[in-house]
Design a protein around this ligand. Structure first.
Ligand code: TRP
Length: 350
């Protein structure tokens, strides 16, 4: 079967979207719209896999779901040309995840490094959902038989698992798939990760060896997508640096994680190579580079924050956008579920 190229990706509505999410994921989502049919999903079902202290409870979940949607739209994702919706509105995600639960092996999931990190020491007390998280993620992607998945580096292992699940399903049910008319026995494509973009790893502004994170205790460690111009500029000026001037070549950034991070952010936001940025600012003091970086961050991010604010002020409109996206997602998902049920041997109304 020749699969139509289709992009799918998801973002969890767990609050505090920041520059790392923007440069690591959303910028690529925006770009993919030019060449592909794209489906962007606010994965609310994934959000509840963690404790309620993490996702904040029902009111916060709804608020954060709308905020991620607003961030997508404010960043330039077009919900009319492409599909933007929240996961829980399309029941196929849960249904296909169940079938995949019976395809995936315990051993595969036991190897997932993110589960080990998230569950921490107290594994007995981790939700079953957090263990099963990558299976639901495979269902998200394969429900639309998506071929390309823009994700951050940290999701690579989960993407490999999605491929393993697709392949095992195709193998296990090969005869049944062929009986349904697919001569090559392929029902699911093997989705490819797209790990592109100049700065897939944005680091903390307080510690260049740690990833920028929504859960860092210091708000100065990150630039939130909702920060206003003054806050953005202040955070950049306060960002940790070392006493040396900026190097003129990329090699000089080795062993200087904070400098490397700030130059990386500048490069990513301006669409230039790091070497090019250093050609301009190398040899100069950090303070003047920081001023230029603050200006750039404000120019690129403050309009997004402003637009997000405008959008979340009208939740009815955001909900209508999500409902419309869900209707269009469901049309694709229902077709996959029908065929999947036939392949597995589940009786359904015809
Ligand atoms: N696990 C992803 C993350 O935390 C979010 C996600 C859920 C996702 N389902 C997905 C990403 C499907 C890509 C495709 O970043």
């Amino acid at each position: 079967m020749a699969f139509v190229e289709r992009v799918f990706s998801g973002v969890q509505p767990t609050g505090n979207l920041h520059l790392g999410n923007y440069l690591g994921a959303i910028v690529n989502f925006v770009k993919m719209q030019e060449t592909h049919n794209c489906i962007y999903c606010v994965v609310d079902m994934h959000a509840i896999t963690m404790g309620m202290d993490v996702w904040g409870g029902p009111a916060e979940l709804a608020r954060n779901t709308r905020e991620v949607t607003a961030a997508f739209i404010a960043s330039g994702i077009d919900p009319k040309k492409h599909i933007v919706f929240n996961q829980s509105q399309v029941s196929g995600h849960a249904e296909l995840a169940w079938i995949f639960n019976c395809v995936a092996r315990m051993g595969w999931l036991n190897r997932m490094t993110q589960f080990k990190e998230k569950a921490g020491k107290d594994r007995e007390n981790a939700s079953v959902g957090i263990f099963d998280y990558p299976v639901l993620m495979a269902a998200d992607i394969l429900l639309y038989r998506a071929t390309h998945v823009p994700v951050g580096e940290d999701q690579k292992q989960h993407l490999e698992l999605s491929r393993d699940i697709a392949q095992k399903f195709n193998n296990d049910f090969g005869d049944s798939i062929r009986a349904q008319g697919a001569n090559d026995g392929l029902f699911f494509p093997l989705p490819e990760p797209l790990i592109t973009g100049p700065a897939t790893r944005v680091m903390s502004l307080r510690d260049g060896t740690k990833k920028m994170s929504k859960s860092d205790a210091s708000d100065n460690s990150r630039i939130n997508l909702t920060d206003d111009a003054d806050t953005i500029a202040q955070k950049i000026r306060k960002a940790k640096t070392d006493p040396e001037p900026l190097p003129s070549e990329e090699k000089g950034l080795e062993g200087r994680p904070e400098a490397d991070n700030l130059v990386g952010i500048f490069a990513a936001l301006s669409g230039r190579a790091k070497a090019d940025v250093l050609r301009e600012f190398g040899g100069g003091q950090f303070s003047s580079f920081k001023n230029a970086l603050a200006e750039l961050c404000v120019a690129k991010l403050a309009p997004i924050a402003g637009e997000m604010k405008r959008l979340v002020a009208d939740p009815g409109h955001i909900d209508a956008t999500l409902n419309d996206g869900a209707d269009r997602a469901r049309a694709i998902a229902d077709e996959t579920m029908k065929l999947s049920k036939d392949i597995v041997g589940f009786i359904r109304r015809r």
